[in-house]
Design a protein around this ligand. Sequence first.
Ligand code: NAD
Ligand code: UD1
Length: 337
Amino acid sequence: MRVLVTGGAGYIGSHTLIELLAADHAPLVVDNFANSSPVALERVAQLTNRVFDHVEASITDTAAIRQVCDEFQPEAVIHFAGLKAVGESGQSPLTYYSTNVGGTIELLKAMDGCGCRRMIFSSSATVYGVADYLPFDEKHPLNPVNPYGRTKFFIEEIIRDWAATDPEKSAMLLRYFNPVGAHQSGRIGEDPNGIPDNLMPYIAQVAVGKRDQLTVFGDDYDTPDGTGVRDYIHVNDLASGHLAALDYAARHAGVEAVNLGTGKGHSVLEVIAAFEQAAGRPIPYTVGPRRPGDIASSHATAARAASLLGWQAGISLEQMCEDTWRWQSRNPEGYSD
Ligand code: NAD
Ligand code: UD1
């Protein structure tokens, strides 16, 4: 299938490209490299021994995105492109709305212009907000608590309205839990700009000596060891979930929201211990105050992904840490190395 991949040079996009190429799909990447490097695309090509094109453009550039769609004639779009830093979204909400929401609207218009009726969208478990109950299922009320999360919520609604205009349109709203890990080759992985916001890249940078120590954000939560619990999912599992969603969308019309998680939660202290084991070195940490806006626990029920897509995540926390460490230790400066 000809698949337009927005944000394909990013962390999840680059891993998904490998799966797409392995399954003989024909991807075209659109990325403005706002948070990624073209080196990631070169490495994907090397790892797969396949050639594919990319266009350097913003999804907010109406003319560029229309031209890409008209020339490439995609049969489906996997839409990763967007901004994703929660803290930054509070400081610059309008930038988040114009890039994430506005960019998606331009993309959907361009898809209509070229007759593309399949959309696979990167949503997030953050749309659920504070848990009324756990595990989160797809019927849980949506109550995002920051501008980033609200862009995902609004985009989901916009895609639902877009899909309702044509009975043959299909859209998958994939609600990712916490993607971590890296490709087993150690050649591609997560390369955050500046100080990492998220736990696993922060731990990896402590392990490699770029940061002195981790701060554990609170140990007084109502969880087994008092630290926050999350559903960490290996990025390769996530990538294969996109292939399953693409396959489903090719066979079914309509809109489906689907959690992509493992269904298992791990605490911050469990992740630290698993990483220490994988890296063979201690991870110094101190316990600090809770991070504002954090919730105690979040994990998915992965039942709908299993029944609808025939997909489930299988890669262990140990492997997530080993693969993160291989990537980080071989590329201490990420793609700048
Ligand atoms: P990422 O930042 O690594 O990838 C996003 C890509 O989009 C980057 O390559 C970036 O350069 C590109 N991009 C940004 N703005 C663009 C624009 N205006 N036009 C074209 N390209 C643009 O992030 P990721 O972790 O790979 O996340 C991919 C998607 O999944 C995002 O939509 C994100 O919100 C969503 N998501 C990520 C997580 C996570 O923890 N990583 C969790 C839930 C959902
Ligand atoms: C973050 C995002 C969320 C997004 C999710 C996707 C924030 C506030 N939320 O949430 O919108 O959907 O990633 O992966 O950024 N922790 C520490 N020390 C650190 C970093 C994190 O103790 O330096 C703890 C956190 O308190 C949390 C756990 O580690 O308990 C995981 O944190 P993180 O990786 O940031 O993910 P989320 O909090 O789930």
